[in-house]
Design a protein around this ligand. Sequence first.
Ligand code: PLP
Length: 395
Amino acid sequence: MISDEQIIYLDNNATTQLDPAVLEEMLPFLTKYYGNPSSGYGFGAQVRRAINLARERVAALLGCEPGEIVFTSCGTESNNAAVNSALQLDPARQHIVTTAVEHSATWRHCDALAKRGCSVTTLGVDSEGNLDLEELERAITAQTAIVSVMWANNETGVLFPVEKIAEIARRKRVLFHTDAIQTAGKIPIRLANSTINSLSLSAHKLHGPKGVGALYVNKRSAFKASLIGGSQEDNRRAGTENVASIVALGKAAECAAAALEDEATRVRALRDRFETILLEKVPDAFVNGDRKARLPNTTNLSFAGVESGAALMILDRHQLCCSAGSACRTGSLESSHVLRAMKVSDERARGSMRFSFSRFNTERDVDKALEIVPKAIAKLRGLSVASAVRESAAV
Ligand SMILES: *Cc1c(COP(=O)(O)O)cnc(C)c1O
């Protein structure tokens, strides 16, 4: 097994380290406090109170009311549930507006819905990864059930102006959902006076455990459950609660909220130093996506003449974890749908790497990465030159 002490973990958009404070908080709910939160006796009620404390903590991170939080099994479920609910509300409205750069938890779901007869409008982006809001407005029709647009892109970190999009959706009287799975805990979110109808988050992207998420549903917005059964989560999501994980998500949200201001600044400085020095050290390297409207922790870089899969293997040998394109596609040759939507050339997309930082990263991680990455790129370029020379000699 590879120990976490040996690795340089720069893949925090794929998943994050569990905060030790989160583990401590959740453990007793896997051992001592095993009561069912729906039970009528005190042994169950104390578990119910723990879930409600978690709900308050998640609500505090999002600046909303605890009653607006529905716990789910993951970010994917939250995204699916928001769109499914909208489609169930009115049979005459079976049109979805979304973008070409969403996570598969949105776009594959929309693809599946399209096969079942829904219509889907997929908005493109420009070369910086930005949307055209006039085009978005024009895409909304009387048949539109929901607009679902992510807040921060998991591959590039590019931020969409979701408050403006929510305003457009409100004016057009359609629901607006945002996938904020990369946003929560990284930049401030204040839902209290927002016109966002629903928002997804996932614990494992903010130093919580895998397999638990939440969906914010505005208290004035209608909602239809996807999972039907018991009356848990105020009839919005049936199934006995994953208590320990929900408690953990609550603690993760509390820790993220407490650290947010300082850490966003510190993590941004780590990312910026890494990016700036790398661009100085490595010729023919480019940043993909808008560098201003961007998460503080993410950089997506393309190295000309390099296959990112090969780079990943060299970096892996030095215990450096990062992503070539998106984690979900590792092992497949297909280039990133996000970079394709941005009309990044195939060559540049094939050489793209994502480095994503978190509050557990240090200056030392950046120092080490700045030693390892330029050497790896130079080595790969040398190899490709050498093999090119061999090829031409063979002709
Ligand atoms: C990770 C991620 C998801 C999926 O969340 P899970 O909890 O892994 O299901 C969805 N959208 C974005 C933007 C993500 O980064």
